[in-house]
Design a binder for this molecule. Sequence first.
Ligand SMILES: Cc1ncc(COP(=O)(O)O)c(C=O)c1O
Length: 446
Amino acid sequence: MDNVFYRNLNRSYLEIDRGEGIYLYDTHGNRYIDACAGAAVANLGHAHPRIIEAMVQQANKVVFSHLSRWTSAPIKELADLVAKLAPGSLNKLYLVSGGSEATEAALKMARQYFLERDGKSGKYRIISRWKSFHGNTIGALSMTGDKRRKKYVPLLLDFPHIAPAYCYRCPFEKKQENCSVECALDLERVVKMEGAENVAAFIAESVGGAACGAIVPPADYFKIIRQICDHYDILLIDDEVMAGFGRTGTMFSIEDWEVIPDLICVAKGMSAGYAPLGGVIAQEEIYNTFKQGSGSFVHGHTYGGNPLSAAVAVAVVKTLVDDGLVANSRLVGAYLLRELKEKLSPFWYVGDVRGKGMMLGVELVKDKVTKEPFLVSLGVAEKLTQTLIKHGVIVYPGTGNADGENGDQFLLAPPLTMTIQQAEELVAAMVAGFAEFEKKIAFMKY
Ligand SMILES: Cc1ncc(COP(=O)(O)O)c(C=O)c1O
């Protein structure tokens, strides 16, 4: 027993020793494929020499300076890089230390934008979706639409949620053939119910991550969402904390929907786990409204935009570009999706294999035809994860997909540096793990 207050007090944790490329090693010398890059974070894999070099160089100069007084070469370089890569006029980077801080910042930025623009404004509510995850702090959790919020409901802001874009379990019971993208139109319904004069923004993950296992909205989804936002004067916040910086096969995931959001939240992939960092990328128009208005956005967090994290992020983003890792994410991701669909779908307990680029999800069901989930009390996602660990693969499990309680899935989000050979190794290990698990749960089959 140690004195660490872990998240799960009844689980025995693996103890990390070191990492190298896509592999992690525990203190017993066992090797694992980091098939979820932690939580879709370590996008360049572990111990990347270029990033370590950048860290050491910056550490030898200065590690910390506070954003209230100082700027630094690394934050300016990072903001320039991001402005070049982000779509449209999303050119201004507000720096924080992580994903929850980014979505919190976006929430407040949206509220303040309307105050700056219109003087008095009643626009403050943020609409989000069920089966979403936007972080664990109170504002972020208020926007989050999954079971992580339940225990804290009395503390949360009363923000509305719309239906998820969840084709496997379409909330409107449509099939691909007769899909009319009702899930996007749901936004208009809720805006009308709430009153557009009360709504500041709509926030959504471009590809759903931690709460749902890589659900990909239909092709027209974000175009319709953008039109509704424009019509009702509502900002569109694109939460790319997980999907951004190449994870789904484009630099920013929203590019695939050919839509330009007003704010993009970023974190994980921007510094690839080498240092904590997050940010909100804002349209020029929003930035100018602040500049010509009160001239400040007082939302700083102590560590936000420290020079060390920023220097790391500069090296990470340059590596992504120089090494063609976004294209690799598309290529190896497509290979993984094809292989996993072919090789995992035959297992009786696999309901869906999905995703985009290197953000992939597998949903587990008790009955393929009816899509009935396993009861959450059976702990199927966690047990499968434990079996896969025995086969040297670490995945990111989750529950609650089907009805907010039951419904198991896991996320696969390997480092974007993964080669096709390594992807073959991953698929083989997963198939072996799934076969072993099939024997273990034979008694659960109808
Ligand atoms: C889409 C999204 N938004 C926000 C967050 C919260 O980020 P953090 O854990 O860095 O606070 C996450 C974390 O998984 C995420 O996936």
